[in-house]
Design a protein around this ligand. Structure first.
Ligand code: ADP
Length: 267
């Protein structure tokens, strides 16, 4: 089913989690970024349009200024994101440049989505970039956000982006193969759920505790994202981004993940 969804989707928002972008030593995984850009370039060549939502600013910041590792103060955290965001985008820029593709950065906050004018501007910018063959890369503006005005996680940010851009499909890459009946990290007998038609029913039937080492929202924010886009009839796939050539493998059907079917249609 994942293969079918990817085949028929033209406009795809792809979110990559911090854990997928970081190596075990906590440094940004540039090889992953290059491989991922190659797979995006292939999909774009085949007629797809792609918007990326990339986490990883803090991870990239810590790799750059590692003496700030112990600075937990909010000002340092936000300063770290300012440093890391540049590094992160530099990695994406050079990776996509190998394929002659430009990237454009959008740093957004929750307020941007509640202001009519800003929303319209963001939408127009996204459409213009994509129409011109540029890959927009979005992240939350962590250097200016604070708790009260934060979206807080890129799962929800990518869902809001998918709705704003009228995407056909939202693809979340995490460090797990999909949604399980319980956290697979602590429960080797956890069972993967391949298709979800109703998120509220799913939530009642599974346990959702725990996040990965660099993760923020855990599985709960992925379910929130599925509910948000589902209400607009947008399908969502949660899959394992650490699988080699994950995007290409989903497209050719060799890996699957969990499919969340959007409300307004069946498959
Ligand atoms: P990311 O950085 O990719 O957004 P997170 O760490 O925020 O990832 O969320 C994914 C984590 O959610 C998994 O690594 C897993 O440990 C945890 N998790 C908790 N409950 C579940 C569940 N029922 N199914 C799958 N993953 C779960």
């Amino acid at each position: 089913m994942t293969q079918k969804l990817l085949k028929r989707a033209r406009k795809i928002v792809i979110k990559i989690g911090s854990n997928t972008l970081a190596k075990e030593d906590g440094k940004i995984n540039y090889k992953f970024i290059c491989d991922f850009a190659a797979q995006c370039a292939f999909l774009i060549e085949s007629g797809k349009q792609i918007v990326l939502v990339s986490s990883g600013a803090q991870v990239a910041g810590l790799s750059t200024i590692d003496c700030w590792t112990r600075k937990t103060d909010i000002h340092y955290r936000q300063a770290l994101c300012a440093v890391g965001q540049v590094e992160l985008m530099d990695n994406w820029r050079t990776a996509f440049a190998n394929f002659g593709i430009h990237i454009g950065q959008l740093l957004l906050t929750k307020e941007d989505f509640s202001d009519e004018h800003r929303t319209l501007n963001m939408r127009n910018t996204l459409f213009t970039l994509v129409d011109e063959g540029v890959v927009p890369i979005i992240n939350e503006n962590d250097s200016v956000s604070f708790d009260e005005i934060k979206i807080g996680d890129n799962d929800n940010l990518s869902a809001l982006t998918a709705i704003l851009w009228n995407a056909d499909l939202l693809l979340l890459f995490s460090d797990i193969d999909g949604v399980y009946d319980k956290n697979p990290k602590n429960n080797p007998d956890a069972k993967l759920i391949p298709v979800v038609e109703n998120v509220a029913d799913l939530r009642r039937g599974i346990s959702t505790g725990g996040v990965s080492s660099f993760g923020t929202g855990g599985i709960e924010t992925k379910l929130e994202a599925a509910e948000k886009v589902g209400a607009y009839g947008i399908d969502m796939i949660l899959a394992n981004g650490s699988f080699p050539r994950a995007l290409a493998s989903l497209a050719d059907g060799s890996i699957h993940g969990t499919v969340f079917i959007g409300d307004s249609h069946g498959i």
